[in-house]
Design a protein around this ligand. Sequence first.
Ligand SMILES: NC(=O)c1ccc[n+]([C@@H]2O[C@H](COP(=O)([O-])OP(=O)(O)OC[C@H]3O[C@@H](n4cnc5c(N)ncnc54)[C@H](OP(=O)(O)O)[C@@H]3O)[C@@H](O)[C@H]2O)c1
Length: 309
Amino acid sequence: MKAVLINQYGTENELTLEEIPVPEIGPNEVLIKVHATSVNPIDWKIRKGIITGLKWEFPIILGWDVSGVIEKVGSGVMGLKPGDEVYAFPQLSRNGTYAEYVAIQADAVAEKPHTLDHLSAASIPLAGLTAWQALFDHGKLLTGQKLLIIGAAGGVGTLAIQLAKNQGAHVTGTASEKNIDFLKALGADNIIDYTSENFWEKMSDIDLVLDCMGGDAQMQALLVLKPGGILVSIVGINSAVDFKSKDIEPVFFMTKSSSVQLMQLGRLIEAWKLKPVIAEVKSLNEIKNAHRLSEEGHTRGKIVISIPQ
Ligand SMILES: NC(=O)c1ccc[n+]([C@@H]2O[C@H](COP(=O)([O-])OP(=O)(O)OC[C@H]3O[C@@H](n4cnc5c(N)ncnc54)[C@H](OP(=O)(O)O)[C@@H]3O)[C@@H](O)[C@H]2O)c1
């Protein structure tokens, strides 16, 4: 099969399209014929060696989103069969989804929403599960609460806006001017242009901050959070910030695979309450360019990679 590999850490020039064997599956895994995958910032962070602690051997196949069709199921797999159209965020491993086939643990796989084609479905799993887990598992978001999303126009933020509005929250986000009308049309109550305004001077008594940016954002978030509020960061916790002064326990988490939560996202999608936001569709041959774009940090929604059948 064709797959995009890296044989060492480095620039996007390390991404090489190669012919390798189709992976074997274990008893609790399924083999998926990949129709589409997508680019997430973690792909280029791993490629550059920024994310430490991975003890994987090279070569590494990047990419952790898939929409495709099940080709084979392991002997212990229940409820999935060849021919099923599915989507998944496989647990991080060195065998990612920039490939024609991927072997994935069955409990990460859910039926693809019927209303989406594979290209749209591949934009959902990693970013959608991140938004879900940030808002509900860690952020405990309730109806009527005030949410601030720092970095609302990206892959995670565009889905988080919609999930939070479905929950009945009041949603403010930060983004640049070109995204203001777009994000309001997605449901945001208010978007603050971070290039011309300081959000910490415009709001107060926030129940939950979802930080998709890191850095100084948490220092500023502390100014707008109400005492006892929640800060969830998907980037990391800034240890220089005195969260205790406002009785806040900041949370950082790494997104977990979950077929159950993918089914919940799928139900919202099929009910037209959650829609994918796709900036661009590229091919595996254009993967270097896709990484460059993602790394620039101004993608609206997701960059999806189409795998021809
Ligand atoms: N912990 C986890 O498991 C986990 C999971 C998923 C993602 N992440 C991390 O979370 C971060 C966000 O992920 P993502 O997929 O949403 O990224 P993304 O899609 O690359 O985010 C791009 C967006 O960031 C916005 N942006 C750039 N600079 C900004 C600023 N100063 N203030 C506000 N918005 C700004 C841009 O909007 P404008 O064009 O309007 O500037 C753009 O739309 C990444 O660092 C990613 O690695 C972590």
